[in-house]
Design a protein around this ligand. Sequence first.
Ligand code: SAM
Length: 257
Amino acid sequence: MTGIYDDPWAYELACAFRDVPAEVDAVLGWCAGLGGAAPRTVLELAAGPAEHARAFARRGLTATALDLHPAMCAYAARCASDDGVALEVVRDDMTTFALDRRFDVVVTMLDSTSHLMTLDAFTAHLTRAAAHLAPGGLYVLEMSHPRDRIGAEPSVATEWTVERGGVRAAVRWGGEPLDPVTQVADDRVVMTIEEPGAAPRTIRDLVPYRFWSATELDAALRLCGELEKVAQYGDFGPVALDDPEAWRMITVLRAAR
Ligand SMILES: C[S@@+](CC[C@H](N)C(=O)[O-])C[C@H]1O[C@@H](n2cnc3c(N)ncnc32)[C@H](O)[C@@H]1O
């Protein structure tokens, strides 16, 4: 069976609800406000199709995308090449990677740290990210908002539709409650794609998800000891984490002094 990450084109379509250029603008705005000099290099971790890395590259940054999945890496490289965008793609693990350089911005988008199942893995990831930050560089870590999983009305399943280039898709992602001991759930993904002239096709998958709370993030940062929190937001717009409208948990980190 083909899973959602085995079909990067479908995964990218499923995520078309995002405004990637606006998210990249927000990150660059935070860099201008918090980091100082305009960033020239960016590393996207667990990048999948590397939509953000490609958008950074279109703005003139030297961009690198890292992912563990060979299909995602191949797709990211192909999209960049098709668009005439310079992108370095590295197949590696976000808990162990060691590149030979540092970056002005490191980003991990869309809750990719939910693939890190243990505190050791999460801490190792933070340590690796810190090791790749240039002086004054920022690490922007986007996670889902904690109330998605532990609020009064957890929204453990979400459904949405997307349309792009005449292709329509209905997506359902989530549904299983967290195991209260491990904080892991197998997120059930069902995506039905309708393309003109083709029979509808459905991708079904179970994606293991590890919920990380805001306080666990703080604990992992303390264990890592190499990053300090400089800001936290509830969306890419000006929304505080505790705002009722907040739906993401975005943390801006820099090397601890
Ligand atoms: C939810 S997707 C997010 C992709 C991308 N960040 C985005 O915003 O669309 C999670 C990605 O994490 C990758 N991944 C999972 N575990 C990883 C690991 N240990 N190291 C690197 N990539 C990993 C998967 O292959 C997948 O492409």
